[in-house]
Design a protein around this ligand. Structure first.
Ligand SMILES: NC(=O)c1ccc[n+]([C@@H]2O[C@H](COP(=O)([O-])OP(=O)(O)OC[C@H]3O[C@@H](n4cnc5c(N)ncnc54)[C@H](OP(=O)(O)O)[C@@H]3O)[C@@H](O)[C@H]2O)c1
Length: 380
């Protein structure tokens, strides 16, 4: 089923190059349709070469509807076939934010894919089932896939490496192969944990060297997606926070627990993080998507984005307490480096430099104090 939007536009807009559009009519030539399904016979249609997929029947129905919508004296009506964008992990922390950002763009039909948390409007796709990936991509034939789904908790990756590889690596590869078959591209969300954190800042060209299995699987996923088609896009981001369903959902919002528990405790003051707001990342994904859809050659390969503020968890706790008007006097900085060896290794400072996105002029930064206040207000 084609999804179409109709707009009444000026002559200057008609002359613009737009993908997937059909210029319906100039008012001096159009006759009022006599009945639904009759678009006024003899109507001049200027077909854009990209629009072969638009069926005649749909065109006639949509023309009639557009005519009724815009009244008797439209100058030009342009009908544009909506572009279908499929988002994996649409029920997750970042996926939800990307969906709501893309929903601001009326030119997209968004296919929201989730696995265990499907609700109305979501499509269930199990990325561990290759046939399911193939069937879903063939069914919706998106022009772009934003691939957010992954196992991103380092402890879970360590515990269940072989199963996680199927999701973080093999499913990414299959998704890229199936996307390639239908001429779609992938924007693969990756992580700063592909670096060892010993020699920051890291540019898009820096050599990755993950110190834990989570970073290693995400790096293999990157390689798989770019190996299928180097025109695909990888966006590496650091630790995320934003609107959460529970504070445990983000490694940043969960720090509220330490503030609430008013008993003496230590919070790490060693590893440096650059918390990034999901709305900033979603905005950048949206801009990358639009640029790539306009000119598929201009956007490809690896991009970085990162929050600007360098903070340890201890420093974040202080900010959280401050913006929420709570006390953090019971929390002390933990500077004991020997504790770093417990659990999966965490890189010390993976600061990402983001020259390629800066050059495109599409960056967005929410100050940490503003973003964390919005994210946590309803959880206090
Ligand atoms: N969160 C961070 O701090 C952070 C930092 C850097 C990079 N990243 C990267 O950003 C991306 C998004 O992360 P996130 O924080 O939004 O993750 P998340 O909240 O943990 O969400 C993971 C998503 O993956 C889906 N999923 C899991 N198993 C699946 C399966 N078998 N088939 C289909 N879907 C499946 C989940 O669907 P259901 O819940 O419906 O099952 C969920 O929507 C990931 O690639 C991650 O590596 C995250």
């Amino acid at each position: 089923m084609l999804d179409i939007i109709a707009e009444q536009v000026d002559k200057s807009d008609v002359e613009k190059e737009r993908p997937n559009h059909l210029i319906l009519a100039e008012h001096s030539i159009v006759e009022e349709p006599k009945q639904r399904g009759d678009a006024g016979g003899g109507l001049p249609k200027h077909k854009n070469s990209h629009l072969e997929a638009l069926t005649e029947r749909h065109t006639v129905d949509s023309m009639t509807e557009s005519w009724l919508k815009f009244g008797k004296d439209p100058k030009f009506i342009i009908m544009t076939e909506k572009q279908t964008v499929l988002v994996t992990g649409a029920s997750g922390l970042l996926g939800r934010s990307i969906v709501s950002e893309l929903e601001k763009n009326s030119g997209f039909t968004i296919i929201k894919c989730a696995f265990s948390r499907t609700r109305d409007g979501y499509v269930k796709m199990n990325l561990l089932n290759e046939a399911d990936i193939q069937e879903t991509l063939q069914r919706f034939r998106p022009c772009a896939v934003i691939h957010c789904a992954a196992e991103r908790f380092p402890n879970k990756v360590e515990e269940n490496l072989e199963e996680v590889k199927k999701l973080n690596v093999r499913a990414s590869e299959v998704l890229a192969l199936e996307a390639d078959k239908i001429g779609a591209f992938i924007i693969y969300i990756s992580t700063d944990y592909v670096f060892d954190g010993l020699n920051p800042p890291y540019s898009e060209d820096s050599v990755p060297n993950p110190v834990n299995k989570y970073g290693a699987t995400k790096l293999l996923g990157e390689k798989a997606v770019l190996g299928v088609n180097p025109a695909n896009v990888v966006l590496r981001v650091p630790v995320l926070y934003g609107p959460v369903t529970s504070i445990e959902e983000s490694a940043i919002t969960v720090l509220l627990k330490a503030v609430r528990e008013e008993k003496p405790q230590l919070v790490s003051d060693i590893e440096i993080r650059y918390p990034s707001h999901t709305e900033d990342i979603s905005y950048i994904v949206h801009q990358l998507l639009k640029l790539k859809l306009n000119d598929t050659r201009c956007i490809h390969g690896i991009y970085h984005w990162s929050g600007k503020e360098a903070l340890t968890k201890f420093q974040m706790v202080k900010v959280i307490a401050n913006v929420l008007g709570l006390t953090a006097s019971h929390i002390s900085p933990d500077r004991d480096e020997t504790k770093l060896s417990t659990g999966p290794l965490r890189p010390k400072n993976c600061q990402l430099s983001a020259a390629r996105i800066d050059d495109l002029g599409i960056g967005k930064h929410t100050p940490f104090s503003d973003g964390i206040l919005c994210a946590l207000r309803k959880h206090v």
